[in-house]
Design a binder for this molecule. Structure first.
Ligand SMILES: [Zn+2]
Length: 399
């Protein structure tokens, strides 16, 4: 019996949905609904009626209620940030709406009409209290209460940033959390830190890199290489460019070519640049890290050595030059690299004073190949690769 009634209900639901969807195209043009008033202001929009269901323009109403609304064209997703700190997601043409990861299903889907997304009224009510919405004399009235708690002040500070190109709406809650935790930081700094992942401890919230073969790959304590990753484009280095200890050093082709160019140019000035570490496998990195932990302790090991899967050396795009001792900083070779490395597409990856940001102590010997154009910008702006990546590489899909 239970099964049968479930099937009947499912069929009825299906019928309602399909009637609604079929009717959308024709009836919407004819059946205009009510004038819409939001917070006492009459808008120039009206609701539309389809099978006795009122549809209202989502973006207009959300914005009038003080929300920030974004759109991602790749999957037609609308994302709205409410003044109460909620993140609301809806995909155009679907029957559900998500509020802070909680999905709510409805019988009818939203519809696209003249480039405007109309959602069924009950879908809108998800962000309203029952008494915030009413019908009165051919008018649909929405009255959104505004709260003025300390928490709402924090939300307002964050909302003030939403037109900034570095503002990622999906990180709304993280911006709010960090602003609450560290109120003395400027909002620019809050957005900057969250975008870099710095609101969480290193290794806590790790993403597996989706495109590990890209030249711009960012490998750090928040981004690990896939476990099956193997750089395929490796070239054996000629002994002239290595410390020549009998080991075969490998580098990614493009990095090798530019490294030899750089070392040759330095050689013209009687400077010697030899690689003491280049490509490493994950297994090798694992041994290296574990040895470091055994000999110096975990805290110290983490300052100088990457955990397996998290090392730039595994990409074949990083080199350690001449020595892995701090004294390398006082050599003529280091001074030359400071002036010229970027001309060959290399950057000093772990600069002095940036440990809080890169996760690594100052390593004057560790250089990363990134291409001349990017290296030039990093050099001119005096920024780390993390900052460059956040500013120029990562894509803000919500506009
Ligand atoms: Zn290194």
């Amino acid at each position: 019996m239970k099964k049968q009634s479930a099937i009947i209900i499912a069929c009825v639901l299906l019928m309602i949905t399909s009637i609604c969807v079929q009717a959308n195209g024709q009836e919407l043009h004819h059946k205009k609904g009510f004038v819409i008033e939001v917070n006492g202001e009459i808008t120039d929009s009206v609701s539309v009626i389809c099978n006795d269901i009122h549809y209202v323009p989502m973006r207009m109403i959300f914005e009038k209620m003080g929300a920030a609304v974004f759109f991602r064209s790749s999957d037609s997703q609308i994302l709205a940030l409410s003044r109460d700190g909620d993140i609301i997601r809806h995909t155009v043409g679907e029957c559900s709406i998500t509020v802070n990861d909680e999905v709510k299903e409805y019988e009818c889907s939203s519809i696209l009409e003249n480039n405007t997304t109309y959602i069924p009224l009950d879908m809108l009510s998800v962000v309203l209290c029952p008494d915030e919405i009413s019908f009165d004399n051919q008018k649909l009235k929405i009255q959104k209460y505004m709260f003025h708690s300390d928490y709402h002040k924090v939300i307002q500070d964050v909302m003030a940033m939403y037109r900034n190109s570095n503002f990622y709406p999906e990180r709304f809650q993280k911006y709010i959390n960090l602003h609450e935790k560290m109120p003395s930081l400027s909002m620019e700094e809050i957005v900057f830190r969250v975008n870099l992942g710095l609101d969480e401890p290193f290794y806590d919230n790790v993403t597996t890199i989706g495109q590990p073969y890209e030249l711009f790959v960012l490998v750090n304590k928040y981004h690990r290489l896939p476990s099956n990753f193997e750089q395929y484009n490796l070239v054996p280095m000629s002994w002239e460019y290595t410390v020549n200890d009998g080991k075969q050093y490998l580098l990614a082709g493009v990095a090798y070519e530019k490294f030899t160019e750089m070392a040759d140019a330095a050689r013209q000035e009687n400077l010697s640049m030899r690689v003491v570490s280049a490509y490493r496998t994950e297994t090798y990195q694992n041994n290296l890290y574990n040895t470091k932990v055994r000999t110096t302790g975990k805290v110290n090991a983490d300052r100088y050595s990457a955990r397996p899967g998290f090392s730039e050396h595994q990409t074949g795009l990083a080199v350690d030059i001449n020595s892995t001792r701090g004294s390398f900083e006082y050599t003529a070779e280091f001074r030359w690299l400071q002036e010229h490395a970027h001309e060959y597409g290399f950057i000093l990856r772990y600069p002095k004073g940036k440990e809080w940001l890169t996760g690594y102590a100052y390593e004057p010997w560790h250089y990363r190949y990134i291409g001349v154009e990017a290296a030039q910008i990093i050099y001119e702006e005096g920024i780390t690769y993390e900052e460059y990546y956040a500013k120029y590489v990562s894509i803000n899909e919500f506009k």
